[in-house]
Design a protein around this ligand. Sequence first.
Ligand code: ADP
Ligand code: MG
Length: 221
Amino acid sequence: METETTLSCTGIRRAYRADGEVVWALWDVDAVAIAGQITVLAGPSGSGKSTLLRVIAGIDEPDEGTVEVSGRNLTAMSARARRKFRSRHMGYLFQDPAANLLSYLTVSQHLEMAGRIRRSLPDHDLLTRLEIDMLADEYPARLSAGQQQRAALAAAVVGNPDVILADEPTAELDSQSAHLAVTALSRLRDMGVTLVVTSHDPEVVEVADRVIRLEHGEVKT
Ligand code: ADP
Ligand code: MG
């Protein structure tokens, strides 16, 4: 089996400073994600999962360490270059499904917009694979949280970005919607999409090809 590394983090440290106190959310974290796999960043609440995902996405800058995505060093880029790199090469999903969509665009318009950003034609077949084809012309307010999350996933993969990053994609969903979201993740993986997903949901961990466990900001070995 091919094991091409899509992204790697080395020696990541990230602190939050509030009221003169320093909290190390990540301490010397090393992690890799392999192309075509689902890598799950697992761990209890407060273990640093979201922080690590934002560092990988280049939304947050680490205090120490290096993030490489597709052979490009994100930590060496300017904030502007990182933003541009992210829009072309990565799809990012927030935990709150509604936060991933624009209220004034329909589901298919989200796919078209993603296609313009990544200079590619939107593949409307994706909607069928994610079981939201009947909702193509609906606005986000008309969708359930689960349908919103799958619409966001569909838009995220348009143009075949190098990696999809999803922060606790089932946390806000009822169990049936969560199950559909997990099915969507594994279908995308079967299409060759590379995913990095934070979660403490056992069903998500179940479909993972690799699990990286965090505890108090450190990788548990
Ligand atoms: P998880 O996603 O696993 O729940 P987080 O990455 O959100 O963990 O948080 C890791 C640690 O960093 C926690 O101790 C949390 O309280 C702290 N933290 C996260 N975000 C902030 C912030 N904006 N300001 C201060 N502390 C934060
Ligand atoms: Mg989190």
